[in-house]
Design a protein around this ligand. Structure first.
Ligand code: GAL
Length: 598
């Protein structure tokens, strides 16, 4: 359906730096601290067999590297790096700051995180720190600087990996104070904040900055503006924690790329589109939340999204599962053969390699059953053979980064807002974006605030928050002759989650040539009259009462409250979908739109 251009990539120095392998990277997380040294030699031999050329070391090794506040034990890591180098394997050297040791918590109980319910979490898992606590930030700097000083010139050093999967949320007094400072920077005056958060509703007007709390447990619905700003604050607080380490590293080893692994999920308060500008290469962890074809769709979207974050440059699949994946409360398996399918799907979307979590399956610990390359059963396994076969294939695969003529807009802030309190419906933003992506088959991913000039078609699913500037970018795209496809719940609110008045979809009414007067969730599917579709289509989940203001109706509701009224509209090249289509119908509709506008 869509034509795809593939470009060969000239890697730039920022990525290749001193030591990333020249072709595709292949390997994964290696945790030798969990094993006696006698196992390390076997690891090296097996890595050679599998064609591994890069491993990540040290991610959670803080208590092994600094067993007491004033004791550092780096020799074992030096021996690991020497061994890797001797076997021609590069090291992505991690800073272990995602898992502070127990002595740290004992010494600095104020740096332990607090939940929204006011519960102080203790060590015993991982990520038990407050990103705004001075003691945590100082300890993170210390261990980072210690690693840098010792290993900056080590020949195995290929890349730095700061922390692991930034995403921790905290409501403790340090976070509260930092949130207030962040708000003062953003709003300058309390009047501006009160206006942005519409605090006149339910008498929440603030008269002093110190009255403001993080959105902690409260009686009923919280304030949507406060909730949204807190997520933005969390993203910025975590970014500052990353940047302090990155800058320290860069100063010592400017020729070695620095990254952190992005994790993606509804619980992650990180604006990756923004963060991506702070890393030398975008690195993602990808663990589909389901098995079967759904996992293939998720993989495809994750790869296109990563390329979007990388702004069309190569990126790296830093973690993936050879087999069993943890999802909340259970694990699901990757079917035989899918290890290669998913890995190659990422490479085809611009990944500079394939990395697994993890190399050797641990015998204990919380993730002892999460899959690995070398399993509890050893290396005489289907999984290891699949890893070896993939390694051979990757050696002859030429890295390339595709480009598409169609872009999907993805917005972390709209996702957060659609998880906030007091919404017109419970809509899963990610599912909406993935559905649009699946309907297209493949697409580039772009972010609000950035130009879309390179694209023929721009698809905007459920972009709940829309500021005037980006509405103008989309308007100009249509004026220039581009096609725009907007779906329901887009453009409803401004950047503060306040509703745009005068009818939905707010700032896009004119470009779409419509005015939406009312929303109505659909209890049951409604048939659509859609002459352009060869077969009857059905609208599900959502519907809207649309008035045409220049647009034409391409499809109408055949039943329900809006019987005879428009369901899908077109205003020149600007299309609007006011209801949810099933996967086949969505794909047919996208094909129809793209073909119509060619
Ligand atoms: C990743 C994480 C790893 C490991 C893995 C297991 O998100 O970075 O440390 O927990 O998940 O699924």
């Amino acid at each position: 359906m869509l034509t795809q251009q593939t470009v060969n990539v000239a890697y730039d120095r920022a990525i290749d730096g001193r030591g990333l392998p020249a072709g595709l990277c292949y390997g994964g997380d290696y945790n030798p601290e969990q094993w006696p040294e006698s196992v390390w030699q076997e690891d090296m031999a097996l890595m050679r067999t599998a064609g591994v050329n890069l491993v990540t070391v040290g991610v959670f090794a803080w208590s092994s590297l600094q067993p007491r506040p004033d004791v550092f034990e780096l020799d074992w890591l030096a021996r690991v790096l020497d061994l890797l180098h001797a076997h021609g394997i590069g090291a992505v050297l991690a800073t272990p700051t995602a898992s502070p040791p127990p002595w740290f918590s004992r010494l600095h109980p104020d740096a332990l995180p607090m939940t929204a319910d006011g519960v102080r979490l203790i060590h015993g898992s991982r990520d038990t720190y407050c990103p705004s606590a001075p003691a945590y930030l100082a300890a993170a700097r210390t261990i980072c600087a210690t690693l840098v000083a010792r290993f900056r010139d080590h020949p195995a050093l290929a890349m730095w990996h700061v922390h692991n999967e930034y995403g921790a949320v905290c409501h403790c007094p340090h976070s509260t104070a930092a949130f207030r400072t962040w708000l003062r920077d953003r709003y300058r005056t309390l009047d501006a904040l009160n206006d942005a958060w519409t605090t006149a509703f339910w008498g929440q007007g603030y008269g002093d900055w110190d009255e403001i709390e993080t959105p902690r447990a409260t009686r009923y619905l919280a304030n949507p503006g406060q909730d949204l700003d807190f997520r933005r604050f969390c993203s910025d607080a975590l970014l500052a924690a990353y940047v302090q380490q990155r800058d320290l590293i860069r100063a010592a080893t400017p020729d070695v790329p620095v990254t952190t692994n992005f994790v993606f999920g509804p619980w992650v308060p990180v604006d990756h589109a923004r963060w991506a500008k702070e890393v030398d290469i975008v690195a993602i962890d990808d663990y589909p939340s389901e098995a079967g074809p759904g996992a293939d769709d998720q993989t495809a979207f994750a790869g296109d999204l990563a390329r979007g974050w990388a702004r069309g440059r190569p990126w790296l699949l830093m973690e993936s599962a050879p087999n069993l994946i943890h999802t909340p409360g259970r694990m699901h398996a990757k079917e035989p053969g899918r290890l290669a399918v998913h890995s190659l799907a990422h490479v085809a979307r611009g990944s500079r390699g394939v990395m697994f979590f993890q190399w050797r399956q641990p015998r204990g610990g919380a993730e002892r059953f999460h899959s690995a390359v070398v399993t509890h059963a050893g290396a005489d396994t289907r999984v290891f053979r699949e890893v070896v076969a993939l390694g051979e294939r990757l050696r002859t695969t030429v890295p390339a980064v595709p480009r598409h003529p169609t872009a999907i807009v993805f917005d972390a802030h709209s996702w957060w807002a659609l998880q906030g309190p007091g919404l017109p419906t419970a809509v899963d933003y990610l599912a909406e974006v993935r559905a649009a992506h699946k309907a297209l088959g493949a697409a580039d991913v772009v972010f609000p605030g950035e130009p879309v000039d390179a694209y023929r078609t721009v698809v905007v699913p459920a972009l709940f928050l829309l500021d005037d500037a980006y509405a103008e970018v989309l308007r100009r795209h249509v004026l220039r002759g581009g096609t725009l496809v907007v779906s329901y719940l887009s453009g409803v609110c401004d950047a503060y989650a306040r509703v745009r008045l005068g009818g939905y979809p707010g700032a896009l009414r004119d470009v779409l040539g419509i005015r939406v007067e009312e929303f109505q969730p659909l209890a049951a599917p409604v048939e659509l009259g859609f002459p352009a579709a060869a077969v009857p289509e059905t609208g599900m989940f959502w519907s809207e009462r649309i008035h045409l203001r220049g647009a034409v109706a391409e499809a109408t509701y055949l039943g329900g409250s809006w019987k005879g009224l428009p369901a899908i509209t077109r205003h020149g090249r600007a299309w609007y979908l006011s209801t949810r289509l099933g996967p086949e119908a969505y794909a047919r509709t996208m094909a129809h739109i793209v073909n119509t506008e060619r």
